[in-house]
Structures are given as structure tokens and as C-alpha cells.
Design a protein around this ligand. Structure first.
Ligand code: CP
Length: 337
């Protein structure tokens, strides 16, 4: 049985064929209504969503499968996670039974399970996602966990590959930290970095001091870049990073100090409020394209004009979530194009 928890677990052939499948699904929407007739896809959302929820429900439906959405603690029982601890709290059901039961009804399970923000190693290692997957008898698809967002990564890779006619290698791609009032988790920046380095792009992680990404993810990205003819570097100067870039991908994330000293992390984050993507910053690029996974805070992460006047790929990225997830379902259920 195959899960999709992280693209690092998936071989090059499958990754490349998923990009091609996503692009084919984009060109032929709604032509595969018989492909997975009779199958059920459980979608467990521990956290809010617009794009992932709607695009996963549509992806399953347009391939003939039946999506069933579960929101733990809101219309279903709350789930307990601890092992060997008497369940005397508010949760009526353990995750082992909950996932075990769902995998008797469904042929695949998607799960959204964000970082808890209490235990750094637990979040970096995606312990709760792995616990969920271990309890399942059917393929599990990560719909954004503490540390990865593979659905977003495949959509973004498919958009970039199409935008540059397959010539992503050597293009300058800036993963640009942005200020945000909350210390957001690192799933998207991690997966974006790994995605762009796997496309052989020259990736610059532009971020202030204190907002480094996990060293293991940086190492994995450097290995991906080396294998695909690209590079990975870091900069604390957003203007210099933007110079000559073909892509500015903005994302806010919190620093690791949130786990040890939240007030220090908050003060450091607020001291960098000027890290926002402006038209002046975009003017330094080489006709650069703006990207963001959405939702995005206008006037905080990016100026309205960058989104409204472009060039920006943010709506293409959102659209490709649908096509990419059809490709992923086809891979997991063994019927890729
Ligand atoms: N980009 C993304 O995953 O959007 P949602 O949080 O709305 O699903």
C-alpha cells in the first residue's frame, strides 16, 4: 500500500508522471467520470481549508469517487491521540479506532493536520501524520501536515513547468519570507523549497535572522538541487535576493523560537514588518512572476497591486490543486495516465 505523506518518499518517475498527469487533467477537465466509480475518499479536516477541501471533493467526484468530509470534534467525536493513557478527557474516540473505522468504509483517506506548535521535533518529524497513516489500512494522502504540503507542491510544480515550457532548470526562484501577525507553520515553505529544488531551479531562501527553515529540509533541498542541476542559497537581504529573479514565491512562517520562547519569536517577527512583497521589489526582478499558495493577507504579505496587476500565478496555483489531486488519486489508486 502506498501513501503520499511527502514527495521525498516518492521516486522520480512517479513525481514526473504526476506533473504530466496534472497538466493533462487541466487540458481535459471532467472526462474521467468512470475512472474510480464505486470508490469512497474520506477527507478528515482537523483544520480549516478553502482550496484543499473544495478541490479534493471535486477531484474525487470528477473521477467518479464519492468524497466524505469529516471534521473531528464538529459533528463527529473528538479524537484522542495519546497512547496508553486512560481517555478521561473530552475526546470520546481514539485515533486508532477512528482511522481504523474510516479505512473500512473508504478506499483512501486524506488528512489535514497542522503543526501543534508545542514540540518542535514532533512537528518537524510529522509524528501525528505518521500515527494517522499507521492506523490506516488504505492509502493516506497528506492534505497539509505539520511539516509538508505535497498537494500544493505538485500543483505549483505543474504550474511552473507549464509556465516555463519545461525549462525550469537554472531559473532564479526566491522563496520570500513575509511578515504575518501569527507564527505560521512551515509545511508550505518546506514543500515549496523541496519542489523548486527538484525542478532544478536556483533557489534563494530570503528570510530574516531567526526564521531559518529546518536544517534537515535545507539539506534535502540541497541534495535535490545537486541531483537536478540547480542550487540552494540563503539571503537576509530581500532586495538583493529579488534582483534578476524569475519567480518570487511569498510565504509567512514563524521562527523555531516559538517552541522555546514565544515572546522572543513574536518580537523578532514584528521587527520585520517591512518584509512585504511590493511593486518596487517586483521591479527588481527579471519580469518576475509572483506566487503564493493562498490564503494571503493583502497589504501584509503582498501589496494589492502585485496581485491585481501581475504578473501573478496565484490563481493558476489554486486551479492546479484540482488537477494535481486527480493525478495523485490516480497514483495512489493505481490508475495513473
Ligand atoms: N493553499 C491551501 O492549502 O489552501 P487552503 O488552506 O484553503 O486549503
Amino acid at each position: 500500500m502506498r501513501h503520499l505523506l511527502d514527495w521525498l518518499d516518492i521516486d522520480e518517475t512517479s513525481w514526473t508522471s504526476c506533473i504530466r498527469d496534472a497538466q493533462r487533467f487541466a487540458d481535459h477537465r471532467g472526462t474521467d467520470a468512470e475512472r474510480f466509480l464505486g470508490r469512497a475518499l474520506g477527507l478528515v479536516f482537523f483544520n480549516d481549508s478553502l482550496r484543499t477541501r473544495v478541490s479534493m471533493e471535486l477531484a474525487a467526484t470528477e473521477l467518479g469517487a464519492k468524497p466524505v468530509v469529516v471534521t473531528p470534534g464538529s459533528g463527529t467525536w473528538g479524537f484522542a491521540w495519546e497512547e496508553g493513557v486512560p481517555m478521561t478527557g473530552g475526546e470520546a474516540e481514539h485515533i486508532r479506532e477512528a482511522v481504523g473505522v474510516l479505512s473500512r468504509y473508504c478506499h483512501g483517506l486524506g488528512v489535514r493536520l497542522f503543526a501543534e506548535g508545542n514540540d518542535r521535533q514532533k512537528d518537524v518529524d510529522d509524528v501525528r501524520l505518521k500515527t494517522f497513516a499507521a492506523a490506516s489500512d488504505v492509502p493516506v494522502l497528506n492534505l497539509e501536515s505539520a511539516a509538508r504540503h505535497p498537494c500544493q507542491a505538485l500543483a505549483d510544480a505543474s504550474v511552473l513547468d507549464r509556465t516555463f515550457d519545461g525549462a525550469t532548470k537554472g531559473k532564479k526562484f526566491v522563496l520570500q519570507w513575509a511578515w504575518h501577525p501569527k507564527p505560521l507553520p512551515m509545511a508550505v515553505p518546506n514543500s515549496t523549497l523541496l519542489m523548486a529544488s527538484r525542478l532544478g531551479m536556483d533557489v534563494v531562501v530570503a528570510r530574516p535572522e531567526g526564521f531559518e527553515l529546518d536544517a534537515g529540509v535545507m539539506d534535502a533541498a540541497r541534495r535535490q538541487a545537486a541531483a537536478h542541476g540547480g542550487s540552494v542559497s540563503e539571503s537576509t537581504d530581500p532586495a538583493a535576493a529579488a534582483d534578476g529573479a524569475q519567480v518570487i514565491y511569498a510565504k509567512a512562517w514563524g521562527g523555531f523560537e516559538r517552541y522555546t520562547d514565544p515572546s522572543v519569536e513574536e518580537a523578532r517577527r514584528h521587527a520585520n514588518k517591512d518584509w512585504r512583497v511590493t511593486t518596487d521589489l517586483m521591479a527588481r526582478t527579471d519580469n518576475g512572476l509572483f506566487m503564493h499558495c493562498l490564503p494571503v493577507r493583502r497589504g501584509v504579505v503582498v501589496d494589492d497591486a502585485v496581485l491585481d496587476e501581475g504578473p501573478s500565478l496565484h490563481l493558476d496555483q489554486a486551479e492546479f490543486r484540482l488537477h494535481a489531486q486527480k493525478a495523485i488519486l490516480s497514483m495512489l489508486w493505481g490508475a495513473g495516465e
